[in-house]
Write a protein that binds this ligand. Sequence first.
Ligand SMILES: NC(=O)c1ccc[n+]([C@@H]2O[C@H](COP(=O)([O-])OP(=O)(O)OC[C@H]3O[C@@H](n4cnc5c(N)ncnc54)[C@H](O)[C@@H]3O)[C@@H](O)[C@H]2O)c1
Length: 367
Amino acid sequence: MNERLTIKTPNSKNYDIAITTGFDALKDELTALGFKSRRALIISDSKVAPLYLETVKQKLNEIGITCEDHILNEGESSKTKANSDFILYKLADLKFKRSDLVIALGGGVVGDISGYVASQYHRGLPFIQIPTTLLAMSDSSIGGKNGVDHNDIKNVFGTFYFPSFVYMNTDVLNTLEERQFYNGFAEVMKNAIIKDEKFYVWLIDSMYEICDRDPATLAEMIYKSLTVKKIVVEKDPYEEGDRALLNFGHTLGHAIESCKMGTLLHGECVALGMVAASHISYKKEMISLEEYLEIRDMLVPFNLPITVEDIDIDEIIKRVGRDKKQDDAGLKFILLKKIGKAVIDRSVTEEEMRAALKEIEYTDDFE
Ligand SMILES: NC(=O)c1ccc[n+]([C@@H]2O[C@H](COP(=O)([O-])OP(=O)(O)OC[C@H]3O[C@@H](n4cnc5c(N)ncnc54)[C@H](O)[C@@H]3O)[C@@H](O)[C@H]2O)c1
C-alpha cells in the first residue's frame, strides 16, 4: 500500500511524505526533488545503523549521492546539545555546502537532533527524514519541531525547521521491539482522541490487526494519524494556537517522564498523561464517567500503562510549573469535550492535577 501526503508550510516550501515499503523508491523520490549528485550526512543510531544504514547508502550512491555518517548511541540520552554541536563541527570539518543534505535515519531521537543540526548549519541545509519507529512515522517526523535536551529538561534547545521530504518504509517496523511499537501507538491514539472520533473507533475495531502489525493496517493507521497532525500543523505551524492540542497528555506526561527519567518511554508517559487529562475533563463535567473509563481502559489492549508506581506528586507538580506549556496567561492544559474534540483550558488547578495524579498512582486496590 502506497500513500502520500503533502504538508503545506508557512514558507511555501511544501514537503511530501511517502508511505511505502522497501527502500527502492528513495532514489526516484530524491532524484525528482533534484537532490542527486551531492553529499549527505546520514545521522542514525547504534541500533538502526547496523540494520539499515548500508542499504540506504547503497540506494543513495546509485544516484550519485556521496554519504558520510554519524552514529549516536541509541536512546534519549543522546539527544544533547553536546552531540548536536559535535555533528555541526563535523559538518564544518567535512566542508559541507549549503546544498548538501542532512538525513535522519532512525526514531524520534535521531529525527529531533538531526532537524536541529540541519536548521543550524549554514542557516539551514535540506533535511530528509527516514523515520524508523512507529512514533516517528505517525507523529514526530512531521510538523517541523526539533530539539535537544539539557539535563532533565526536554527539547530546551530547538527550532521549527521543516524537512524537504519524509520517506517511510513500513517494513522496518518489523524489527522494532514490542515495547517501542506500543510506545509509538500512544501518539497515534492521542491524534485520534483529540480530533477524529471515527479514527478512534477504527483503531479500536482494528486492534487485532494493529497488534499483529498487519502491513496494510499499519500503513492506513500511519496515514490517518498523519492526516490529523497535518490539519493541525498546517493551521498553526508555530504553535501559536490550536497546535497545542497535540500536547494532550503531554503536560503531566512530560513531567512524569522527567521524574522517571530512563524508566518510562515518552509514549508511555503520554498514555499516563492522557488518562490524567481525561480524568480532569471528567471531574470538570466535560466528558462522562463512561467516556473517561473507555479512554483509560482502551489503552490496556495496546500494552500502554494506565497507572504508575513510585511517583513523587509534589515533584511532578513542580516540574509542570517550569514546563514551557506554562505562559504568562497561566498553565495551558489540553482537555476533552468528547472523544474527537480536545480544547485548550487554562482553568486547571493544582488540586485537580493532584487528584488526577492520585488517580493514576498505582495502589494495590486499583480497580
Ligand atoms: N519533534 C516532534 O514533534 C516530536 C513528537 C513526539 C516525540 N518526539 C521525540 O521523539 C523521541 C522519541 O522517539 P522514539 O520513540 O522514536 O525513540 P528513539 O528514537 O529512541 O527510538 C526508540 C528505540 O528504537 C530503536 N529503533 C528505531 N528504529 C528501529 C527499528 N526499525 N528497528 C529496531 N529498533 C529500532 C532505537 O535505536 C531506540 O533504541 C523523544 O525524544 C521525543 O521527545 C518529538
